[in-house]
Write a protein that binds this ligand. Sequence first.
Ligand SMILES: [Zn+2]
Ligand SMILES: [Zn+2]
Length: 145
Amino acid sequence: MQRSENFFAHLGMKNTQGRNHLLDVLEKTEIPLTAEDIYLKLKEKSIEINLSTVYRILDLFVAKGIVSKSTSSISNKSQFELAKKEHSHHLVCIQCKKTLTLAGCPLKCYEKKLKNKTQYDITGHKLEIFGYCPDCKFFANKQEE
Ligand SMILES: [Zn+2]
Ligand SMILES: [Zn+2]
């Protein structure tokens, strides 16, 4: 997908190569990435960039609302993904960290009920599901024996 030339201009940002490359990486992945993940992916493509630059661009993207930042409950690291209108949840393997993005949100109805019950204006929620993926399941069961 080709971004319009005005993409950054609309947001009052300069269109730099680093910003474009970083956005490319985020657009091509389904799962949240840490700054190091992004840095390594850029390196794989032989793109010259410093880790500190990656952090700086990510902070800027977060400030502009292009990217959303969260903290992985497993590694406790900051992770980044494109901010989407439709929010989603992740299923994470606690062994190999393989992450699936789950379609839809199971909490929408619950939020409505909660709002009626508590009179709170609900603005959002976080939900992450953990487990062992098929590859790690066997290994995990072995350890418990
Ligand atoms: Zn796994
Ligand atoms: Zn949800």
